[in-house]
Write a protein that binds this ligand. Structure first.
Ligand SMILES: CC(=O)N[C@H](C=O)[C@@H](O)[C@H](O)[C@H](O)COP(=O)(O)O
Length: 233
């Protein structure tokens, strides 16, 4: 699938994120089960899936045949960045056939002494034809990622770095500001909890929306119901 074909297929749509990392209820050690979540998302009409880990990238591609935005979540000593933080994870995702590679492009600390500019440039140079998604938390990080040749920018990390606003809901303002500046797709991602919020993300200027926990994390969904009922009146 070419970059343009991918963009055409996701424009104005909801991309479902199907992720479970060790410690989460839907993480099963013996085998990936996230392909079942992806099956449901495909039946609902999603044009693409975002997922983490090599085994889930492979299982989800096999199950759905849909393009996958792949990432690897890993914590290295000295690193705050944990989404595809080094070239090793980029190499693994390329090798696994991930259609898009998502990587942290925030200012969070990188324990290998590299700046994020260096990292992005190295990835772009090694994989000139790969479709790369920048997970960012601020306007400045998004603009920098765009200037350094990233293909897609996502608001994934807004609220998850020490220097971005801690909002309960989606960061619409960031989506609007970025989409008015960069000429690559801005994906609205993070804390989209309802269909109405997904629509609002698009209205704010998002090219497409990623919805994760509100669809594929039952613990998060159940906890929201329980909290709402406990806090009533
Ligand atoms: C901050 C971080 O690590 N975000 C991760 C990035 O892939 C995922 O855990 C999120 O589920 C994803 O971004 C979608 O967001 P939400 O689940 O809020 O719809």
């Amino acid at each position: 699938m070419t970059k343009q074909e991918l963009f055409d297929s996701i424009k104005g749509k909801v991309i479902v994120s199907c992720q479970a990392v060790p410690g989460e209820p839907l993480y099963v050690e013996e085998k990936s089960i996230m392909y079942l979540m992806a099956r449901a998302a495909k039946q609902a009409g999603t044009p693409a899936i975002r997922t983490s880990s090599i085994r889930d990238v492979i299982a989800i591609k096999e199950e759905t045949g849909l393009p996958v935005i792949g990432l690897i979540k890993i914590k290295y000593p000295g690193f705050e960045s944990y989404i595809t933080p080094t070239m090793k994870e980029v190499d693994e995702l390329v090798e696994a056939g991930s259609d898009v590679i998502a990587l942290d492009c925030t200012d969070m600390k990188r324990g290998d002494g590299k700046t994020v500019d260096q990292f992005i440039t190295e990835v772009r140079t090694k994989y000139p034809d790969a479709i790369l998604m920048a997970d960012i938390s601020t306007y400045e990080e998004g603009v920098r990622a765009w200037k350094l040749g990233m293909d897609i920018v996502g608001t994934t990390m807004s609220g998850y770095t020490s220097h971005s606003p801690k909002l309960d809901g989606p960061d619409y303002e960031l989506v609007t500001k970025l989409s008015q500046t960069v000429d690559i797709p801005v994906i609205g991602e993070g804390r989209v909890h309802s269909p109405e919020e997904a629509v609002k993300m698009l209205e704010a200027g998002a090219f497409a929306v990623v919805v994760g926990g509100a669809i594929t994390r039952p613990l998060e969904i159940a906890a929201r119901f329980i909290k709402a009922v406990e806090n009533r009146g």
